[in-house]
Design a protein around this ligand. Sequence first.
Ligand code: AHR
Length: 550
Amino acid sequence: MRRREFLYNGLAGACTLAFPKGSARKATSSVDSRIEILIGESLGTISPDIYGHFTENLGGVVYDGIWVGENSKVPNINGIRMKLIEEMRKIKAPVVRYPGGCFADSYDWRDGIGPADKRPRRTNFWSDGEESGAPTSHKYDPNQFGTNEFVHFCKLIEAQPYLAANVRSLSAGEFYRWVEYCNSPARATTLADMRAAAGYVEPFNVRFWGVGNESWGCGGDFTPQQYAIEFRRFTTWVPHYGQRLSFVASGPNVDDWNWTRGFFEEILRKGRSPLRSIYGIALHHYAWNLSRGRTQDWVQGKGDALKFDAVEWYELLREGERMESLINGHWHIMGEVDPSHAVKLIVDEWGPWYRPGSEVTPGDQLEQLPTLRDAVFSGMTLDIFNRHPEKVAMANCAQLINCLNSLYLAHEDRFCVTPVGHVFAMYAPHQGGQAVRTMFSAPTISYDRDGKPAAFWGLQGSASLHDKDLVLTVVNPAIHDPREAEIVIRDARIKVVVGTTLTHPDIHAHNTFEQKEEVSPQTKPLPVSSGTLTHTFPPASVSSLVLTLA
Ligand code: AHR
């Protein structure tokens, strides 16, 4: 089965997992690596929005994850889980995408406004994949969480809303009306009055609008040329109400170069002016195929979230690091028609995707339990985005809570931060900094991949400058070997360093409602000697160092 078939047919099922023990690690090392940071060589400003999130009305993401309702015993602010708000404030969440994903192209925004008790119940896009025992709200959308509640959630966490419009099953006119509902001035239109009746007199001023989602598949099964025509129609003469509108086009699935090329060729058929209205094109890449080339089947190719060996650890990272060549490849094609690169890349879905079976809340569709492997994967991915600040304007991890690469897990009054959530906290200081060229040299990891020698890089990361502070994040993917690195800042001396490390002796380690702190970051000052720093990066770790420069 291919991914697009999966998205039509849905997928359900669970399996019981054994839990393998961690591997022994080497305890000692000596300097074997070097990180050289060229603070004079800026790569561009790191858009805070690459630390963005994705929330789809799918499984336990919205109902239970975000929305508990005003009358819930779970502490909440206006129905939104309070603990989630607190955690998202800590990581400086910049932007949140909603309501999908595939759900978006089946969603009528009008169902989610007006008095809560008058809102209709609708069949959720994902209902066919729900198990029989799943909560009713997962199958039949009660619409208690709609545009008002989502925008309010964003306001509470001080993030920008990023709404995905329905291109497959609603008209362009309905899209304009959604913009009008959100952005028309107080008392100016009937929709502004409806917004005011819900308690929101002032406009929401939503800037980011996705025009469909995965329009090559669940979002309408268009060819890139057909979709480009839809995109032009949807985005021509949308009223602005004084708000800059940043439209995001549905982009390629992984390495579908033809989608990117076909879309831009058709967009430009009538002239170059449409380029001005495209803020970005959305690339999606999930690391799901751990079969090492044995199959391309969407179900058979998946690995297990918890039960994996060393080869599968590296395999996931290999799949994930494709992100860098995908960014470079699509950027190159975009440059053929848009040499000044007015249009940016938006990676609005990324993360690992495993087979079912590790759900902390049975029945939560597409929920999986993130481990240390996913933390290393996420650090690696965020470093890739940091290294391409001129190309990637926004990225949204799939998904925020109770789904795929979750930062948080929640069920009723239980809540925990996953190792992925900790990585987002550790990387938050990069936001808005000047990415600077950084060179890593470290011994390559060699391992046996099904009888053939395979290799993976030894250390990678990214660095950003914030006045006198330098933020350096580093991933050591080696399961067994620490890396002791000399860290050299060209043209500056190091005064003070504070280091935070996320690791665990067991590569399968993860957090649960019962053991919330099993994988948690450790922060301490690091010794600086004569303005230089030597630091040991433990095996299977993500590190964040904040260096104050002289
Ligand atoms: O994140 C889950 C699904 O993956 C999204 O709904 C869809 O866009 C993608 O295929």
